[in-house]
Design a binder for this molecule. Structure first.
Ligand SMILES: [Zn+2]
Ligand SMILES: [Zn+2]
Length: 496
């Protein structure tokens, strides 16, 4: 646009000065200069995905502020280094290649060239002598090197796990990419699948991640979101032994419930004090104990329910507003506090990968368990009495407030904090429980079953399993595969 009144012609002025900066090397720093900088300031912004022909206005929106900040730093005496690059691998770029029908190895370099031309025209302080392209083998050899280090340290592992699967994108989705049971990219209903995938064991650092939030200068909103994401809860792991079908379903003296074997069901609960009110157990449909518990007359119903749960994505399964569904396995386990045999059900709202994949249901004091018990006509005893209640006050809804234990044997009258400790210690004496900390944070799945990414530097050998590629053989270069489209097998195009 030309504004002649002001005598300013941006197309000319910008061009003139951008050329002058190029000649003078205004934004260019040699490696020696960078190392010698007295007052270094590294001004890095998020690299754009070249997943379209050109930049979109959101890129410029994000970069302008960061570039202004860099310029401010330079004018106040810092040696500002502002590199730029392209995050050119990944599903966004691959989907664009699929859409326009051009191989990503041909398409993406063209996009990068156009993005570069456009970014230069914005007049940002980018140092074009220091750029990164994540699809460059010289770059991703280091991605692969990091992977090998994690593998050596036992922090990268491959295992089969249930995942959210978008049948249209033919890829695995993180829980955050599932919105209302649908794929955030293409709106297709998401299913569940079991696939062998690579995981990073970020859970090994959970407590450190949490502790370090205290010393970081992030906003309150962000640290709070991080804390919720990590989701630490204190409670106990309790043990419910299976009841042999021949033993009948009666009660036994709780003091005789001891020395659990490996078939016993373990649950994590933040409220071990309410165990006297646990009148049934709910397992994730995928829980390995289901096969041992299921009675012949229940097998058909259990199999049908499992198949249905398999077709439902992990997010929808946990929706609190949906009607509770579930199936009785026909089997029982023993409540170690009451000595009663309690029925074991499966229900899809219990997930295998949170806690132990099993919950002790305390319908009197947990809303979901209350709904479930109401739906299936299971007993709902009161074990916590609020200020206006006694042991016999009827429950018309779950009571989750504070109070003292009732109908809980020797522990009647104890408040929550005391009771959690006392009940857990009592169970621990018999090996039926221990205090424990649990986290919401999971291991991080990095598999995508797609073509356009750095190959994982592992050789799968029939005899010895996963063998790391020797460091000196890096990079493992992504081969040109003409049919790079994902398919319904969930197997990466590289493995086909
Ligand atoms: Zn999709
Ligand atoms: Zn081998």
């Amino acid at each position: 646009m030309v504004n002649e009144d002001a005598g300013y012609t941006p197309a000319e002025v910008e061009k003139k000065w951008q050329e002058a900066w190029d000649v003078r090397g205004t934004n260019r720093r040699s490696s020696e200069e960078l190392r010698a900088a007295e007052n270094p300031y590294y001004n890095l912004m998020m690299f754009p995905y070249p997943s379209a022909e050109g930049l979109h206005v959101g890129n410029i929106y994000a970069f302008t502020g960061a570039d202004v900040h860099g310029r401010f730093r330079r004018l106040t005496g810092y040696d500002v280094f502002e590199p730029i690059g392209f995050d050119a691998f990944g599903i966004h770029s691959e989907n664009f290649a699929l859409k326009v029908g051009v191989h990503p190895m041909d398409l993406i370099p063209k996009n990068v060239a156009n993005f570069t031309r456009q970014l230069r025209r914005t007049g940002g302080m980018f140092d074009w002598s220091h750029t990164v392209d994540t699809t460059d083998p010289a770059y991703y050899r280091w991605t692969q090197w990091v992977f090998l280090k994690l593998f050596e340290a036992g922090l990268a592992e491959q295992k089969e796990a249930p995942v959210n699967w978008c049948p249209s994108c033919m890829t695995v989705l993180a829980n955050e990419q599932v919105v209302g049971g649908r794929c955030e990219r293409c709106d297709t209903p998401v299913e569940q699948r079991r696939i062998a995938q690579w995981f990073f064991k970020i859970t090994k650092y959970t407590q450190r991640l949490l502790d370090n939030l205290d010393t970081i200068d992030w906003s309150e909103t962000t640290t709070k979101a991080q804390r919720n994401w990590i989701g630490r809860s204190e409670g106990a792991e309790l043990v419910f032994p299976l009841v042999d079908a021949s033993a009948g379903h009666g009660s036994v003296d709780p003091d005789t419930v001891r020395e659990p074997d490996e078939t016993a069901i373990r649950v994590f609960t933040t409220r071990p004090d309410t165990i006297f009110g646990a009148t049934f157990m709910v397992l994730a449909p995928e829980h390995p104990a289901v096969d041992r518990l299921v009675s012949d007359d229940r097998r058909g119903a259990i199999e049908a329910y499992r198949a249905e749960a398999q077709r439902t994505d992990l997010v929808s399964r946990q929706k609190t507003d949906k009607t509770k569904t579930g199936v009785f396995t026909g089997g029982y386990c023993r409540n170690p506090a009451t000595g009663e045999a309690i029925p074991v059900w499966i229900a899809d709202y219990v997930l295998m990968d949170y806690g132990t994949g099993a919950i002790m249901a305390v319908p009197g004091h947990d809303e979901r368990d209350f709904e479930f018990a109401t739906e299936f006509d299971l007993p709902i005893p009161r074990v916590v009495a609020g200020p206006d209640d006694d042991a016999d006050t009827p429950l018309t809804e779950a009571y989750a407030g504070d109070g003292v234990l009732v109908n809980s044997g020797a522990f009647d009258g104890l408040g929550k904090v005391e009771a959690i400790r006392a009940v857990t210690e009592w169970l621990a004496e018999r090996g039926m429980g221990e205090l424990q900390v649990n986290y919401r944070l999971h291991v991080l799945c990095i598999s995508r079953q797609r073509y356009w990414g750095p190959p994982i530097p592992i050789i799968h050998c029939d005899a010895c399993g996963a063998v790391p590629v020797p460091e000196e053989d890096l990079p493992v270069v992504l081969p040109r595969v003409e049919d790079f489209r994902p398919d319904d097998s969930g197997i990466s195009p590289l493995a086909r």
